[in-house]
Design a protein around this ligand. Structure first.
Ligand code: ADP
Ligand code: MG
Length: 703
């Protein structure tokens, strides 16, 4: 297609259903930031030209073609010389897949292992698979190259290169602060500044120092990224050196809309169909949206429209990618598409960094992201859709240039882009810190005394310690020691509120049920409700509905699923509009949590039909998430008197229980509570009397 001119969405074919206003794009690039031809581009530029598929070159040749390959020896020399090193290299240069293999071949890890952290599960898994394949000799993932993510460990005694999420390495640090299993730790995608990576900076820095003092084998630390503030990181790591790698950046042609488009979802679909009608079938498309609901709606729309006889273009395979999907579903985006079929991946910011989805030639960037932010002043953690940062916009467009020249359509104007924040705020400065505060205490570190790269706000730290005290994990907010309950809570890979629930469940005789509910809360929704079959789905699931709320409804579903014979489970799920994979994931998570409970010798009993026991038990962890009905049918949170409503997706929507417990707050035009259970007011007095005394009387204000 002619990418240098403005284009109109073909109104006659699709715009009637999509967008009354044609979307005009301006080619407003190449940007000031390095979007340029590099040497290798000339060599490989024709990969996708004229609709031909990728030439079949061996995987070892692919490795040799990477820009990093020529620098291999020099790089190894630098790595050998420095105990801490920052490596900056453009996306696609081969940092994540190659550097660990080079280190391994040079045996720099000696008798230890190499850890490579990733902020996201899907990156850790897909990269480990790719590297296992590259490493070759018929070895599969789990041999020399393995991965470990929450609830899934694919490593063995032979594993030397271990890709793992930053959260998992932090868990390992809880068992061994010095990380003696590893002689090399690579913290990848450092610019993403996830809360876990931020904590790991301090953990590895201290492990390196203590290991040197105690004559343990030295720990080599490598910080990697495509873009970051090198000086800031270098200062933090005792003025360590930084190495710059030249990248293989294929040019990405950037387009901006001529005018703002508020309905970015529809605009993404319209833009997709414009590309779809013109581009060769093997040019795949990656669309960035914000979350499951948006992504599924967009996927549905594309699937429908692609079948419309009026819409030209090859067959389409639509894949979706968001954090809460089970691993198996996430991995589907990496499967090759039959020739003559176009793949479109609709993803959250998961696909923004690290992962390579082969074949992507076009990126459509909706420009928005759903991010979690914690407000110490309101005590609420909100999921909010907001504009991305410029750094994220560049990362997103970079996904189009991984294997050949690409195109990025930004559903925002050039001036909207210029108004975006240059970089994202580190998660540690906007998140609820109670989980990490607990994990650090398990490492005998008090957050106030932790060596942070950037300190989180004091009031967030204060709020985290107050919560941990209320949950009984610490005696008082200055404690540096966990109570015995706190120590147990830290062993679960869960939010402390949820681990508290599991640890209280024995007392209420409902650990069976609590395990199920917490596993359900740790997984993606098990309900699938296609728009066209909403009534049918609701009627067949009617029998599970509980007047006590969403979690009990889900529990009822799981209980019945559990009684169905192994061979019939899939069918049963299909009939009841239950996502089979998601419920299997719940089953798996549940059994892993049960294992931890068994290690504590907890008695796994069932409360049967005495659901009050379970409701009370849930309150032991969630008493800070209680809202009270007001005369105007709105709910006010007890904690900070926030005015909220019950989300329309809740089974309790339209009913008005006097008190509810919620598990999530979402903000759109109003503040909504999601995941609701009704409770009796007097239980609060029984279960959390201290909390109630302190929080009952505050004045009301809107969110
Ligand atoms: P970096 O970490 O520097 O961004 P990677 O090491 O992840 O780069 O990937 C380097 C290159 O290796 C990619 O640009 C791509 O060409 C190739 N590659 C990586 N993973 C895959 C994969 N799963 N399938 C096909 N090619 C891949
Ligand atoms: Mg990488």
């Amino acid at each position: 297609m002619d990418c240098s001119s403005k284009y109109n969405i073909n109104q006659s074919k699709i715009s009637l259903k999509l967008n009354p206003v044609p979307i005009l794009f301006n080619k407003n690039g190449p940007s000031p930031k390095k979007i340029k031809l590099s040497d290798n581009f000339h060599r490989n530029a024709n990969f996708f030209a004229n609709g031909n598929s990728l030439p079949k070159i061996s995987i070892q040749d692919q490795r040799r073609n990477l820009p990093i390959f020529e620098k291999r020896n020099k790089l190894l020399e630098i790595i050998k010389r420095h105990k801490t090193l920052i490596i900056i290299g453009e996306t696609g240069s081969g940092k994540t897949t190659q550097i660990p293999q080079y280190i391994y071949s040079a045996r720099l890890q000696e008798n230890g292992k190499i850890a490579v952290t990733q902020p996201r599960r899907v990156a850790a898994i897909s990269i480990a698979m790719r590297v296992a394949l590259e490493h070759g000799n018929g070895m599969s993932v789990g041999d020399v190259v393995g991965y470990s993510v929450r609830f899934e460990d694919v490593t063995s005694k032979k594993t030397k290169i271990k890709y793992l999420t930053d959260g998992m390495l932090l868990r390992e640090a809880m068992l061994d602060r010095l990380l003696l299993d590893y002689n090399v730790v690579i913290l990848d995608e450092a610019h993403e500044r996830t809360i876990h990576t931020d904590i790991l900076f301090g953990v590895v820095k201290s492990a390196q120092k203590i290991r040197a003092e105690r004559n343990h084998p030295p720990l080599k630390i490598i910080i990697m990224s495509a873009t970051m503030d090198v000086d800031h990181f270098s200062r933090y790591f005792n003025n360590c050196q930084a190495a710059y790698l030249e990248g293989r950046t294929y040019p990405v042609n950037i387009f901006y809309t001529v005018k703002p488009h508020d309905d970015y979802q529809t605009s993404c679909v319209a833009t997709f169909f414009k590309i779809h009608q013109e581009a060769p079938a093997n040019h795949d498309v990656l669309i960035f949206l914000t979350g499951q609901e948006e992504i599924e709606a967009c996927a549905h729309q594309i699937r429908l429209l692609a079948k419309d006889p009026d819409v030209e273009g090859p067959p389409v395979r639509v894949c979706t990618l968001y954090a809460a999907q089970p691993n198996s579903q996430q991995m589907a985006v990496f499967q090759p598409t039959p020739s003559g079929t176009r793949k479109v991946v609709i993803s959250t910011n998961i696909a923004e960094t690290s992962v390579t989805i082969s074949g992507i030639k076009y990126v459509i960037d909706g420009g928005m992201v759903k991010s979690r932010s914690f407000h110490p002043s309101t005590g609420l953690e909100l999921l909010k859709i907001q504009r991305i940062s410029q750094e994220q916009a560049w990362q997103r467009s970079g996904r189009a240039g991984r294997q050949s020249e690409g195109f990025c359509y930004r559903i925002y104007t050039r001036s909207q882009f210029e108004l975006m924040k240059p970089t994202s705020i580190p998660e540690i400065q906007r998140a609820n810190l109670n989980s990490v505060a607990l994990q650090l205490l398990a490492l005998d570190i008090h957050m106030l005394h932790f060596d942070f790269l950037d300190k989180p706000p004091k009031d967030s730290i204060q709020a985290a310690f107050e919560q941990l005290k209320l949950l009984g994990a610490i005696e008082d907010i200055d404690s540096i020691a966990l109570t015995s309950l706190g120590k147990k809570m830290a062993r679960f890979p869960l939010d402390p509120k949820f681990s508290k629930i599991l640890l209280s469940a024995e007392q209420y005789g409902c650990l069976q049920e609590a395990l199920t509910v917490i596993a359900l809360l740790s997984s993606e929704s098990i309900l699938t409700t296609p728009r066209s079959k909403r009534d049918q789905a609701e009627s067949v699931r009617q029998k599970f509905r509980s007047g006590y709320g969403d979690h009990i409804t889900l529990l009822n579903i799981y209980r019945e699923f559990d009684t169905i014979g192994q061979k019939k489970k899939r069918n049963w799920c299909h009939e009841h509009f239950i996502n089979f994979r998601n419920i299997l994931y719940v089953q798996d998570v549940r059994s892993q949590l049960e294992e931890i409970c068994k290690n504590f010798d907890l008695h796994i009993s069932s409360c049967g039909s005495q659901i009050d026991q379970l409701r009370k038990c849930l309150l032991t962890g969630l008493f800070m998430n209680v809202a009270e009905l007001q005369r105007d049918r709105q709910y006010v949170t007890l904690d900070r008197r926030q005015v909220t409503l019950i989300h329309p997706s809740s089974v309790l929507h339209g009913q008005q229980p006097a008190y509810v417990v919620f598990t999530e707050v979402v903000q759109s035009t109003k503040c909504y509570l999601r995941g609701i259970i009704s409770i009796e007011g007097e239980w609060l007095r029984e279960i959390a009397p201290d909390y109630l005394r302190n929080h009952n009387f505050r004045y009301s204000k809107d969110c």
